[in-house]
Design a protein around this ligand. Structure first.
Ligand code: AMP
Length: 357
């Protein structure tokens, strides 16, 4: 399948894809979309950067336009659950872009901000709701969301839900959904708990796997720098001063470490910003916005804050600390070389981190 025309999406969706400049479906899109259009359940083993959002969003949008249904008070037709607010905003942005000519109603719900606007957005019902589990469960328990018209449920980044301790909230939400529905589960890796969940919530699913578990994207040039902890700041500075370091995402193990790096770079007149769990939602969004627009070229992030960040054109990912889990490494360096571009990943390894390495 070499172009989007063969999916026979409604013309408005094809128009949006042309405007986005998408010409060729990515492998997961080629493999998943025809089955999703046929209403099948799907188990997608894929990490961010593979085009998985469009793989599920496009057939969903197409279904919603072709099978119009009246939505009333607090009802939702499609629920997309994702672990972080950044991912939720990003998926919502994609849905707005792909669905811009469709006149569908959508809302996004996540924690860390007031819930008043979110409740208001749900009042008249929506076609598509993108949400993180904690806040969604709260609002559901308060009666603000009704699932009786639900047609499609997408569980995105299921393995991360588990890592972040959201799995019970996810299961509680699933128990409230109608049995009769189309279900899509995406996960970069397949730990036992997720494999179990998949067997209980998916009915005769098509399995689509685009990158082997814990393997990294080939277009990333990966190197290790053996460096004493005390010398890490200087090494970082010299990399950042290189001409090819145009947009650099630095991962720090701790929030404190992230703040420390920002301070150090500041003293060297390199502007950067940090995103982590102690920063307010607006501070995180502002930092991301500045990084996206190129106002700052360095963003320091912890794993959780950086989950799913979609910023095209990241030139370098730097692991200031060696991550504890191979999956984190795959997720981290997957922030560069997105959508077929090339990228560089450098990991700083102090002798005490040899074991994680
Ligand atoms: P995702 O894995 O969904 O986070 O997507 C990764 C990136 O690829 C995003 O920036 C998308 O906008 C982009 N993308 C998705 N599908 C395509 C496509 N068929 N052609 C070009 N870019 C795409």
């Amino acid at each position: 399948m070499s172009n989007f025309k063969s999916f026979e999406f409604s013309p408005a969706i094809n128009q949006a894809l042309t405007e986005k400049g998408y010409t060729t479906p990515t492998p997961i899109q080629t493999a998943a979309i025809p089955h999703l259009l046929n209403g099948r359940d799907l188990l997608g083993i894929a990490q961010t950067g593979t085009g998985k959002t469009a793989a599920f969003a496009l057939p969903i949008l197409d279904k919603l336009t072709k099978e119009k249904k009246a939505i009333s008070y607090r009802e939702v037709r499609v629920l997309i659950l994702t672990p972080t607010r950044e991912l939720a905003s990003q998926i919502n942005d994609n849905i707005i872009a792909y669905g811009k000519n469709l006149g569908l109603k959508h809302a996004v719900i996540f924690g860390g901000v007031g819930s008043f606007q979110q409740i208001k957005a749900m009042a008249k019902g929506v076609d598509i709701l993108v949400a993180t589990p904690g806040r969604l469960l709260d609002l559901t328990n308060q009666g603000h969301i009704r699932y009786n018209k639900l047609d499609v449920f997408v569980l995105d980044e299921a393995d991360r839900m588990l890592d972040m301790g959201f799995i019970n909230d996810v299961k509680a939400i699933i128990r409230k959904l109608p049995q009769q529905r189309q279900t899509l589960l995406f996960s970069a890796t397949m730990p036992d708990d997720i494999a179990m969940l998949a067997t209980t919530i998916l009915k005769n699913p098509v399995k689509v796997e685009v990158t082997p578990v814990s393997s990294t994207v080939e277009k990333i040039n990966q190197t290790i720098a053996m460096v004493k902890r005390a010398q890490k700041p200087q090494l970082l500075k010299s990399i950042l001063q290189g001409p090819e370091a145009t947009s650099v995402l630095v991962f720090s193990r701790t929030k404190h470490g992230a703040n420390h790096i920002v301070k150090y770079l500041d003293q060297s007149a390199i502007s950067s910003a940090a995103i982590h769990g102690n920063k307010s939602q607006s501070a995180r969004e502002m930092a991301l916005q500045k990084f996206r627009s190129g106002k700052i070229k360095v963003l320091i992030a912890t794993d959780i804050a950086a989950r799913g960040i979609d910023i095209p054109g990241i030139s370098h990912v730097i692991n200031y600390d060696i991550p504890d889990h191979p999956e984190s490494y795959v997720h981290r360096i997957g922030r560069t070389a997105r959508a077929g571009r090339e990228g560089i990943a450098i990991s700083f390894c102090d002798p005490s981190e040899q074991e994680q390495l």
